[in-house]
Design a protein. Structure first.
Length: 226
């Protein structure tokens, strides 16, 4: 079973690499297939992500939901690195994964479970959106970093917030910002680039790390509100 999961994860990563190339081609007009090293890297990323989620959550439905995020997050990462673009299709794919999870809750647990999941989604989006709104207003007020956070970044973060709930969303945002700062410093030291940088890689990595820590976050939330 584990071998099958690993193969599926690798396939998901490879498919995401080709999907990213096509999504970028829609903007640039030129289709550039992914190189073999990139395809292998994406396959390994998909393998590690899906396998680690399966090991962490077992056969629970949440494992399927989180695994469904792997392809759109890898595709968004590649598109942002190549064309400073986070395709809307990636955002819709994340929202679709959450919608299917809520519908599954409705079928298996009834309206009360579906309502609870929907409320969790809204709280997660709010927990993600409020700091982003404050940051955007601060940037506009200072007139120093208007381009530091793009619309694609915001849409992807809000979509991710619906999946992770309020505590997970806050953790994703904080970790993504920390990883983004590190990424920016590395790019600046290596290439001397300016203040803008692709944020999707940091978001994707933060999502994976927080996803693996969700059981601990759920325990913490239970203790806080017991």
């Amino acid at each position: 079973m584990l071998v099958t999961i690993m193969v599926v994860g690798a396939a998901v990563g490879c498919v995401a690499a080709y999907a990213a190339a096509r999504l970028v081609a829609r903007r640039t007009g030129t289709l550039t297939p992914p190189t073999r090293p990139r395809t292998i890297a994406c396959g390994l990323a998909g393998l590690c992500s899906v396998t680690s989620l399966a090991v962490t959550f077992g056969p629970r439905a949440v494992a399927w939901e989180l695994a469904a995020l792997v392809a759109p997050l890898i595709a968004a990462t590649l598109a942002d690195l190549d064309a400073w673009l986070i395709p809307r299709e990636c955002v819709w794919a994340v929202l679709a994964a959450r919608a299917l999870y809520v519908m599954a809750g409705l079928v298996t647990g009834g309206s009360s479970v579906a309502f609870s999941l929907l409320a969790e989604s809204l709280l997660g989006a709010f927990a993600m959106g409020l700091p982003l709104l404050v940051a955007a207003l601060s940037m506009e007020w200072t007139q120093r970093s208007k381009d530091s956070l793009g619309g694609g970044d915001v849409r992807l973060l809000l979509a991710v917030g619906t999946v992770f709930g309020w505590l997970g969303a806050a953790a994703v945002l904080l970790l993504a910002c920390l990883l983004g700062i590190i990424h920016h410093l590395v790019r600046y030291l290596q290439k001397g680039e300016g203040r803008t940088f692709p944020f999707a890689p940091s978001i994707a990595l933060a999502c994976w790390i927080v996803a693996l820590c969700l059981p601990s976050l759920e325990t913490l939330a239970a203790r806080l509100f017991a």
